[in-house]
Write a protein that binds this ligand. Structure first.
Ligand code: GLY
Ligand code: MN
Ligand code: MN
Length: 439
């Protein structure tokens, strides 16, 4: 905790510097950042799990308290309006007493609808940053999530502070504990549901704490990119296991995938080849490299693997250009990571919000930025047997280049993805996931 506390001051100083910059340009008095409000389930008296506004948790690791507000102008100590109702039904948050508390001025709010009494009297030049535009309107905010502010914040948020990098190392450590337990549970015969329980237990995180719904897929389910069903029955025979699961530390996400074969066979060899390619891609990361180029490089490596494993015939360039690799690797190489799993700002090319979309041939790529120091990205190549995409391939002459016998042999294993979380430094890359000992 000492390390985090010592980095926190510099983190707040950097966030204040950004706010000074943007409020000066926009002629604003400051930003009022809303933690959020609960969302109620239809016809019920129960709320969905609360998800805090990422702009709020960027300042403070308060993740579970709705109706809080943060006032920042870049100059003064940030003011935290902290919600503490009188409520005998629910747990009321304790008055903050953490390493960060002395760096904010705290005012307590006992009734959510009385917040106006604690906001600046004239809020006409304060911008509301949050999800609840109707609330902001009632409170009299004229400026709500202004584009110039959002683009600026989203663009700069890609550059992590030392505090953020430390949080992300910790969220990798936590997730890796879960991954080790999940791997053991797979080899011990666990069902998808059972493996999920082992993961959550070992990482000490609840289902609503982890940053996204874990993907725990056995056998052919591994071909479903965002499979979150969790079957209770254990399949026979047992062939493969894909787990895409992260953790949350102070609001910062990790996002890690591993794939395992139950026995040594063509699929285990394919995993080994993909692992080698993934590590080579991580090695290629450096400041100045366009992420799109690394994505194209991934397709070439996948083409080579497809040739080596007799999945297809032809040459590397042809397999990429004809979109054959895209049938087996239909998603992007990865994305920016941080306060959100798919962190905002992946398409922004400057702080004014210039947007560069993914190339037409790679529509699901979530990042088109040029790599720079202190960015954090995932590197997650994959190869899958997805019948709905293969059906398209079968419609044209490209089908002649596919060795369908190998595809049939691989189909029951579903697919492979290997995903690490990497910090780009000036002179090296830091693979936080592998550094935690996950092979
Ligand atoms: N876990 C979602 C992703 O890897 O992007
Ligand atoms: Mn993932
Ligand atoms: Mn990912």
């Amino acid at each position: 905790m000492d390390k985090l506390a010592s980095h926190y001051l510099a983190h707040i100083a950097e966030l204040n510097r950004r706010v000074t910059d943007i409020v000066t340009r926009g002629n604003l008095s400051g930003l009022v950042i809303h933690s959020g409000q609960p969302h109620r389930q239809f016809l019920d008296d129960i709320d969905y799990p609360f998800k805090v506004n990422p702009h709020f948790k960027a300042w403070l690791p308060i993740l579970d308290n709705p109706h809080c507000w943060l006032l920042v102008n870049g100059r003064d100590k940030p003011q935290l309006i902290f919600y503490r109702p009188v409520d005998f039904w629910h747990k009321v948050a304790d008055v903050p007493d953490a390493f960060w508390s002395e760096h904010v001025e705290i005012k307590l709010l006992t009734k959510a609808d009385k917040v106006a009494e604690l906001l600046p009297r004239d809020i006409s030049k304060w911008a509301y940053i949050g999800e609840h535009l109707d609330v902001a309107e009632v409170l009299g905010f004229k400026t709500r999530n202004p584009d110039a502010v959002m683009s600026y914040l989203h663009y700069h948020r890609a550059t992590k502070t030392q505090y953020e990098l430390e949080c992300m190392r910790r969220s990798n450590e936590i997730a890796v504990q879960g991954h080790v337990a999940a791997k053991n549970a797979f080899y011990n015969g666990g069902s998808e549901f059972g493996i999920q329980q082992e993961y959550l237990k070992a990482s000490c995180q609840g289902e609503n704490e982890v940053p996204y719904g874990n993907i725990i897929a056995l056998n052919q389910n591994a071909s479903i990119l965002h499979y979150t069903k969790l079957e209770h029955a254990s399949p026979h025979p047992r062939k493969s296991f894909l787990i895409d699961a992260g953790a949350n530390f102070f609001g910062y996400a990790s996002d890690i995938t591993r794939t395992y074969a139950f026995e040594k066979n063509i699929f285990s060899d394919l995993i080994e080849a993909m692992n080698k390619a993934q590590l080579e891609l991580v090695d290629m990361m450096r400041p100045g490299l366009k992420y799109v180029d690394l994505h194209i490089e991934t397709h070439k490596k996948i083409a080579q693997i497809m040739l080596d494993f007799n999945m297809a015939s032809g040459d590397v360039e042809g397999l990429v250009e004809q979109g054959i690799t895209a049938v087996f690797f239909p998603h992007g190489l990865g994305h920016m990571l941080g306060l959100q799993v798919h962190d905002m700002g992946g398409y922004l090319h400057d702080e004014r919000g210039t947007h560069i979309a993914a190339p037409d041939a790679h529509p699901f790529l979530r990042c088109t930025r040029t790599l720079a120091v202190n960015q954090v990205l995932t590197i997650e190549p994959g190869i899958y047997i997805i019948d709905s995409l293969l059906d398209g391939l079968k419609q044209d002459k490209r089908q002649a280049q596919i060795n369908w016998n190998t595809i049939d042999e691989l189909r029951p294993f579903g697919g492979i993805r290997i995903e690490d979380n990497v910090i780009v430094h000036g002179d090296r890359n830091e693979n936080m996931t592998r550094d935690c000992g996950l092979a």
